[in-house]
Design a protein around this ligand. Structure first.
Ligand SMILES: Cc1ncc(COP(=O)(O)O)c(C=O)c1O
Length: 385
């Protein structure tokens, strides 16, 4: 099998991730809410993993780095938890995933907020002049943008986005789902008010775990209430971090496995992962140039993109091509709209059938890229007959 769907979820995971998950699931009494003497072991099960991950992301305050069921949950909490008022504005890019655009449209419907969407051009995933003009008009409460596109791979100028938002009194939310573990993510340096990411992509955790960083500048209302193991005899939720935003029993095996993934990255070196993926992507893009009638979306500048490649071949439906690759050569890709219709509207593939997306991870090899190019060429010729 050739796995070229790492933008959806990374596979395989490093061995220590499987081991940590297995160990945590077998370890009796490891819940996080056991304040009783009978089960004291679980009380701090999250402290060490939280510290490891906070250090990796350089989060200014580890207690504000929250575990969630996933990036979608984190983004919903971040966007829908703000004190929206009618007439406020939320600005997003033209490449956003549903996990940003749908909660954004929800606050539009629920609170009379106005949604502004940045125009897109390859090599310029967000138009900073446009953003400044929107911010200057006033009432922008939130600028919410991904750090890298899950469709085109375009890398965003995240620091410039945050600074611009702050200069005009808006909050900045960054979606790190396609960047954490691959690109530099330094929360202190970025200075964003909110940061959300998935655990199961570049950080090599399992599904069902995500992260949300809430800086003191963001006044959020928790959207989930329940047991936190704090103030257990009281009716009101404990107000402190992280408890106020982590109601319910944690997915401890996933948290521990995520920390193992992050530890592995730190040992290997994030830079090494990035360069490995970049090299594979470079070979792939070079090979695609040799295929007849193939178009790549987004920038081809390797310094300005990740290893997520969206493409189309003339007169070939991308879904048919993905199915052909899977059926004939056991190649895993993903075709269609990638939960990002906005992005496909921006690149001109909706209306249309979307794209075929091939995304590489550090466990892919040059031989796999070579084989995939061969299979692609053959599949395109077959399907054009
Ligand atoms: C850019 C981006 N944001 C958010 C998400 C949502 O992540 P999850 O489905 O893990 O919640 C994804 C997942 O594909 C993504 O690519």
């Amino acid at each position: 099998m050739i796995y070229a769907n790492n933008a959806a979820t990374t596979w395989p995971k490093p061995e220590p991730v499987y081991a940590a998950h297995d160990r945590a699931l077998r370890d009796a009494g490891v819940t996080t809410r056991s304040s009783s003497k009978a089960a004291p072991r679980g009380a701090d099960a999250l402290a060490a993993p939280r510290a490891v991950i906070a250090k990796f992301l350089n989060a200014p305050d580890p207690s504000r780095l929250l575990f969630s069921p996933g990036c979608t949950a984190s983004l919903n909490q971040a966007i829908r938890g703000l004190p929206w008022e009618a007439g406020d504005v939320i600005a997003i890019s033209g490449l956003e995933h549903h996990a940003v655009s749908r909660p954004a449209r929800r606050v539009v419907r629920d609170h009379g907020v106005r949604l502004e969407v940045s125009p897109y051009r390859p090599g310029r995933p967000v138009d900073l002049d446009w953003l400044e003009s929107i911010l200057k008009r006033g009432r922008v409460r939130l600028v919410a943008m991904t750090m890298a596109s899950n469709v085109t791979g375009d890398i965003f100028p995240s620091k410039a986005i945050v600074d611009l938002a702050h200069r005009h009194g808006a909050l900045a939310l960054l979606d790190g789902a396609q960047s954490a573990g691959v690109l530099p993510v330094d929360l202190k340096a970025l200075g964003c008010d909110l940061f959300a990411t998935a655990g199961h992509k570049g950080l090599f955790g399992p599904p069902g775990i995500g992260l949300l960083y809430i800086a003191p500048s963001a006044d959020l209302k928790p959207w989930l209430e329940g047991g936190t193991g704090r103030d257990s005899g009281k009716h009101e939720n404990h107000p402190g971090f992280p408890h106020a935003f982590e109601a319910g029993t944690h997915n401890v095996p996933a948290v521990v496995a995520l920390a193992a993934g992050v530890t592995w990255i730190a040992e290997k070196g994030r830079e090494w992962i990035h360069r490995t993926e970049q090299a594979l992507c470079g070979e792939f893009l070079k090979g695609l140039e040799r295929l007849d009638g193939v178009r790549v979306y987004g920038t081809t500048d390797l310094e300005a993109r990740t290893s997520v490649v969206s493409l189309n071949a003339d007169r070939v439906n991308p879904r048919d091509l993905a199915a052909w690759l899977a059926e004939h050569h056991d190649v895993v890709t993903r075709a269609g709209y990638h939960c990002s219709p906005l992005a496909h509207e921006s690149i001109g593939t909706l209306p249309g059938e979307g794209t075929l997306r091939c995304s590489f991870g550090c466990f892919n090899t040059a031989a796999e890229v070579d084989a995939l190019l061969g299979h692609l060429g053959k599949g395109i010729r077959e399907l054009r007959k």
